[in-house]
Design a protein around this ligand. Structure first.
Ligand SMILES: [Zn+2]
Length: 75
């Protein structure tokens, strides 16, 4: 199986490996609301390179800025 993102630094690859291998919870562990899966697209140098569905609690997570998930390629 070839590497789908050969240009990424190793720590970024690990991040996405972790994100995509996490079990997807169905309900929020904080409030018990049913979670939404939101496709989140990550960019590197302006190019779209990865989209992962992230579970988002409509009560808890949407109060915060979900853009904090997209900080990996800034460094
Ligand atoms: Zn919640």
């Amino acid at each position: 199986m070839s590497n789908p993102y050969p240009d990424l630094p190793p720590h970024v690859k690990e991040l996405f490996d972790t994100l995509t291998s996490l079990p997807t919870p169905e309900y929020c562990r904080h409030c018990g609301s049913k979670l939404l899966n939101v496709d989140t697209t990550f960019f590197s140098r302006g190019e779209k390179f990865w989209t992962v569905p992230l579970p988002v609690c409509p009560k808890c997570d949407l109060k915060e800025d979900t853009a904090t998930f997209i900080s990996a390629d800034v460094c």
